[in-house]
Design a protein around this ligand. Structure first.
Ligand code: ATP
Ligand code: MG
Length: 402
């Protein structure tokens, strides 16, 4: 294989001043985590770029396939390298361009010479290599304005580096570089997408799911685990807190008028989530709410739900249309799981006519007759916690035994 390393250009993190070191460190660790199945990867992180050494073809293939999903990467290129002499450079350039020998393509050679002791000037190198390639490859023609392939040659102190492709990365910031939150994860389409978008902004999270057996089934819980698992491929393991919600839901149903069930249920979910958030030292709560999508997502409802906490509630989908959300869900691979037909705790107790404009005074009035706190504490205490991907659990357990 001619490629010796993958060269990574950072995303937005290069503008982040003194946090840069931490961002780069995170990106490196995230790459190691995501690609642990092709480990060990040798990664060299520099201030403005990162190099992943390629030891075999499989590493190359897996990296080319999955690096476009890793947040914090602007673009990347496979790189070949050789001795700093014109003969070696021309031979290597020719090997690279031979990959395109079955197509008629246009190209140009771009040279950057940071090693000023190299005897030829950039434009001389450019001309010599370009001429050599044209002489050996009849399928090539030069186009300096809009070439199909730009062959880039960098003459550095240690060696000459050649690359022919720039592949766009996912942008964003490395997961974990912008703190920790708690994602309210239902089995629906929206909340996994909300989690994905926050990961893109560098947020890592635990997930919380409200589970109401026997009204909701084991399959619906499995679906949520599958969704959380899907999200781990973007850069971090995820802890899933499963809250036994039945007792609280039944209590709510018996305590407030039917048209307020939904509002109070949402408020209690938010209270429980906030308690778990506190315990895990997270700073925000993420939801998949989108303005106007359903009765609980009017500004009036959101105000009533928000009233129970001062914690920032991050709603990355607030302005998205359902079709836009579905589009992202399909791209990130959560859609197929989300549309599996298992019931959610909220749909079961959803009244026929929920209030779309709940009045906070009325809601708090009805809630004041009941001591919800005791139930909330019990739900928080009796939660089950899973770490995803599940194979890690086995490895962790095994580790303890050694
Ligand atoms: P989703 O597709 O994410 O389920 P939705 O459009 O069905 O969203 P709702 O059911 O009103 O809307 O839920 C709004 C948000 O509340 C969800 O995006 C999610 O963040 C949270 N949520 C709803 N149900 C649960 C649950 N059972 N466990 C955890 N969070 C939930
Ligand atoms: Mg839902």
């Amino acid at each position: 294989m001619i490629w010796k390393e993958i060269y990574i250009r950072y995303g937005e993190l290069t503008t982040k001043g003194r946090n840069r070191k931490d961002f780069i460190h995170r990106l490196k660790n995230n790459i190691k985590y995501i690609f642990s199945d092709i480990a060990p990867l040798t990664i060299r992180a520099e201030r403005d770029r990162m190099h992943i050494q390629l030891d075999n073809e499989r590493q190359y293939e897996v990296l080319m396939e999955k690096l476009p999903q890793v947040f914090g990467i602007q673009s990347f290129s496979p790189v070949a390298m050789c001795e700093k002499d014109m003969d070696s450079i021309q031979q290597l350039a020719n090997q690279i361009m031979e990959q395109y020998k079955d197509q008629e393509i246009t190209f140009k050679v771009e040279v950057h010479r940071s090693d000023k002791s190299f005897p030829l000037q950039s434009h001389d190198i450019q001309r010599a290599v370009g001429g050599f390639l044209l002489a050996h490859n009849p399928n090539l023609t030069v186009n300096v304005k809009k070439p199909d392939v730009e062959l880039r040659i960098e003459i550095r102190k240690e060696a000459a580096y050649l690359m022919a492709q720039v592949i766009y990365g996912a942008g964003g910031m490395p997961v974990g570089s912008n703190g920790k939150s708690l994602l309210m994860l239902s089995g629906g389409i929206d909340s996994p997408v909300a989690g994905y978008l926050m990961m893109k902004r560098g947020v890592r999270f635990d997930a919380i799911h409200f589970f109401s057996p026997p009204y909701t089934s084991e399959q619906s819980l499995q679906k949520v685990k599958d969704l959380a698992n899907e999200l781990t491929k973007f850069g971090s393991s995820i802890r899933l807190h499963v809250i036994p919600f039945t007792e609280l839901q039944v209590l709510i149903k018996d305590s407030v008028p039917e048209n307020m069930l939904m509002t109070t249920t949402r408020r209690m979910m938010m209270k429980v989530a906030d308690r778990v958030r506190e315990e895990i030292d997270a700073l925000g709560i993420i939801t998949g709410e989108s303005l106007g999508q359903v009765a609980s997502q009017t500004l009036e409802s959101l105000t009533a739900i928000n009233e129970v906490t001062n914690t920032p509630v991050l709603r990355p989908l607030i302005s998205f249309d359902k079709l836009e959300i579905i589009d992202i869900a399909q791209k990130i691979g959560t859609y197929e799981t989300s549309i599996k037909p298992y019931e959610d705790c909220c749909t079961i107790f959803t009244p026929a006519n929920p209030k779309t404009k709940p009045k906070i005074e009325k809601v708090t009035y009805f809630e004041s007759h009941v001591d919800f706190d005791e139930y909330i504490e019990r739900a928080v205490k009796n939660r089950e916690v899973y770490t995803l991907p599940e194979k890690n659990i086995k490895e962790d357990k095994f580790k303890d035994l050694l």
